[in-house]
Design a protein. Structure first.
Length: 285
């Protein structure tokens, strides 16, 4: 008896189920895949910034074009030199490594002048052969003077670290019947001009390095037995400060000077007012 190819006692063959008729999901992109599994991931350095991106087809669901209009150039990568955003900063002086910079109108100033940034009043007191500049009851400068042997006087303003902050060179130019004209050059070390103060006992004019008039120091009318005070006035004759006499001690000769100016005055102008006050205190008081 012929043996059947199918065993009668075995399980029935599994029924073959037809594949479900599911419609294919429509693609949201009309282009090929951006990357295949065999491709390496892109690097930022390999992206050409000139590739066009279709901005107007974002709402239609289309992908931006990824084919560059021209093949990327092959060759050495150009070196991009970056410059600082600020182009008005003057170069540093290698001999003045301890200088600092004030933001805003670019200007250099030695350390120590920052004490006058918000100052509205300074007091000049004499101690022995030197002067002291006081701000808020604290000494911020010490002033030393030295004659140069040719009729001039060299005055140095030093901070508490014994570093030069200002250098004043005073000479007497034209002699008159009762007084002479004082010429005072004010400099930041090692020799950067700040301005010039010139005049006689009754009036002084303060100029910037270009020779432009910044402000005037006019004497106030006082009696014959009292030291004269000065007003700091602008070119338009507006009073912006004063140099007033103070008696700091009952001992004869212990006299001080109070210097007042606006808090928002530039540091250079404050330095010029202080220099003029020191010259007046040293010569006429």
């Amino acid at each position: 008896m012929a043996t059947s190819s199918k065993s009668e006692g075995g399980p029935p063959p599994a029924a073959t189920r037809p594949a479900p008729d599911v419609p294919p999901t429509p693609s949201t992109s009309d282009t090929d895949l951006l990357l295949t599994y065999s491709d390496n991931p892109p690097r930022y350095s390999s992206i050409d910034p000139a590739w066009d991106v279709l901005q107007g087809e974002a709402s239609t669901g289309q992908t931006a074009a990824t084919t560059p209009p021209h093949p990327p150039s092959v060759g050495p990568v150009p070196v991009v030199v970056c410059h600082p955003p600020s182009t008005h900063t003057p170069p540093l002086n290698p001999n003045s490594r301890w200088w600092s910079w004030v933001p805003g109108p670019a200007q250099y100033f030695p350390p120590g002048l920052e004490h006058m940034t918000d100052a509205t009043e300074l007091t000049i007191k004499k101690k022995g052969r030197t002067y002291r500049v006081i701000h808020n009851e604290h000494q911020i400068y010490i002033v030393r003077r030295k004659k140069d042997g040719f009729g001039g006087v060299n005055i140095k303003i030093l901070n508490n670290a014994n570093l030069e902050v200002l250098i004043l060179n005073r000479t007497l130019e034209a002699a008159r019947c009762c007084s002479s004209t004082t010429h005072l050059e004010v400099m930041f070390p090692p020799g950067n001009m700040v301005g010039v103060v010139q005049g006689n006992k009754s009036e002084f004019s303060v100029h910037n390095p270009s020779g432009d008039l910044v402000f005037l120091l006019e004497v106030e009318p006082v009696g014959c037995c009292r030291k004269a005070d000065y007003q700091v006035v602008t070119k338009e004759r507006f009073t912006i400060g004063r140099l007033t006499h103070q008696k700091t001690s009952m001992i004869r000769g212990r006299k001080g000077m109070a210097v007042t100016f606006p808090a928002n005055m530039e540091i250079r102008n404050k330095a010029l007012v202080l220099a003029a006050a020191l010259s007046i205190r040293d010569r006429h008081w």
